[in-house]
Ligand binder design. Structure first.
Ligand SMILES: [Cu+2]
Length: 338
């Protein structure tokens, strides 16, 4: 084996680069990307994974190599050579991480911004199809734009928002955006839908609509997190927070509370159900019917306007007692009701 050192270094460098690039694209660590914001986050994650893999291989490689190369010879009790330092090397291993960290900072800031992080309710960048035009209006766009254009290559590609199908089969109306109230409490989420006033423990959303969550907390800190959407936002008592995302594929995904909020924090789970706009409208309609019926029953129960035997009729069969007995019991407990 007579490979010159420089050639060996070059070959190792090429191998590490290829392995890192491959693993950065094939780590398989992310769940399905179900919102238009998810590919942006995944792009950042893939790049950090690539860099991390390269660093891991270099550091661990150097370590393992040194185990064998610089192993103590039997009977050698002398000290190692005295090394004062190496200024060029120190500059190199300080500047390379500095450039990497700075690059990731700019790239991640730009993704945060394009997802509406600075102003979740202004979704101009993440939703519309003219990112460059819209980006010019964003705070920090000048800095990010300059750095992007000159230094970091991969930034430009992921900023293109994922295409949303213009027409989803079986739909007539997909609203551009929809604001849903999300209240976190120990230990559940309560979602209130606009216009209909429907209240539910599940988050139903139409695919292709920019969903804006107006998040509140009734008791302690919670956090709304949907891993498949790559978005997370704190719910803070007394301070309204916001979160915006655009579901891009139908399906059910977990909503997880991501802030330790009490002994049953781990059970504070529900699901987001992304549907076609037609299915979403049908669900809203069915909820309206259900809540209207429930309301009528509630009024009947409190006001006791129905005749007592009619009011008690549903309970006769399951209880296995006759109506007369029940009526007697009822009169005994509520003398005024009969
Ligand atoms: Cu919680």
């Amino acid at each position: 084996m007579n490979i010159p050192g420089s050639i060996a270094t070059l070959l190792i460098g090429i191998a590490v680069t290829i392995v890192s690039l491959w693993y950065g694209q094939n780590h398989g660590l992310m769940p399905v990307a179900a919102s238009t914001d998810a590919p942006l986050v995944d792009g950042l994650f893939d790049i950090m994974m690539t860099i991390g893999t390269g660093l891991f291989l270099l550091v661990q490689g150097a370590l393992v190599y040194s185990f064998f190369k610089f192993r103590r010879e039997p009977g050698d009790d002398t000290d190692g050579p005295y090394i004062e330092g190496n200024i060029p090397l120190e500059i190199l291993w300080t500047s390379i991480p500095a450039v990497i960290v700075l690059g990731i900072a700019v790239y991640s800031f730009e993704i945060y911004n394009s997802m509406g992080g600075l102003d979740p309710m202004d979704h101009s960048v993440a939703h519309h199809s003219q990112p460059t035009h819209e980006m010019a209006k964003m705070p920090g766009a000048a800095i990010a734009g300059t750095l992007t254009d000159t230094t970091i290559d991969p930034v430009s590609a992921p900023l293109e928002p994922a295409a949303i199908p213009e027409s989803i089969p079986g739909t007539t109306s997909a609203p551009q955006e929809m604001t849903i109230q999300a209240a976190g409490l120990q230990y559940a989420w309560i979602f209130t839908y606009p216009d209909s006033g429907v209240v539910a423990g599940e988050l139903h959303v139409p695919v292709g609509t920019r969903i804006k969550l107006a998040i509140s907390a009734n008791d302690v800190l919670h956090a709304f997190w949907v891993p498949e959407y790559r978005v997370k936002q704190d719910a803070i008592p007394g301070t309204p927070t916001e979160l915006a995302f655009t579901p891009s594929r139908t399906g059910e995904y977990p909503v997880i509370c991501a802030e330790l909020c009490g002994p049953y924090h781990g059970a504070m789970k529900t699901k987001v159900i992304a549907e076609t706009p037609a299915d979403f409208n049908a669900w809203i309609a069915s909820q309206k019917v259900a809540s209207a019926a429930g309301l009528e029953d509630a009024i009947a129960l409190t006001a006791a306007e129905k005749p007592v035997d009619q009011f008690l009729a549903p309970f006769v069969a399951p209880l296995g007692v006759d109506a007369a007995t029940l009526q007697q019991l009822h009169s005994a407990h509520h003398p005024s009701a009969s």
